[in-house]
Unconditional design. Structure first.
Length: 107
């Protein structure tokens, strides 16, 4: 389920994507100035996860893996959680590709 949250300290909106059971955080968006921008970014994410070229895989120096979802202009929309293996990251990508199109929004 997507959830749009307001960060009082930074005075901005983010969206979060939690697993189906609500337990695990799967994605966190960049900051947006308005709730409407966050909602539009959710729609963009729904489309972009279907395009392999808009998911960028990253390996950190500490051996952790994560991925970034970008829009068609290559702007970052959201960042995944960290995975301990490349296979785990790939499983995460496949899971969100199936889940994002059907995930509701709890605004």
């Amino acid at each position: 389920m997507f959830k749009i949250v307001f960060d009082k300290e930074k005075e901005c909106f983010h969206f979060l994507l939690n697993s189906k059971n609500g337990g695990s955080l799967l994605l966190k968006s960049i900051a947006f100035d308005s709730k409407a921008e966050a909602e539009k970014a959710i729609d963009d994410c729904r489309q972009q996860v279907l395009l392999k070229s808009n998911i960028e895989r990253k390996t950190l120096g500490n051996g952790k893996f994560h991925f970034i979802i970008k829009d068609n202009k290559r702007k970052i929309l959201a960042d995944s959680l960290f995975y301990s293996s490349e296979a785990g990251m790939q499983n995460g990508i496949e899971a969100i590709r199936k889940y994002i199109p059907i995930a509701g929004i709890d605004a």
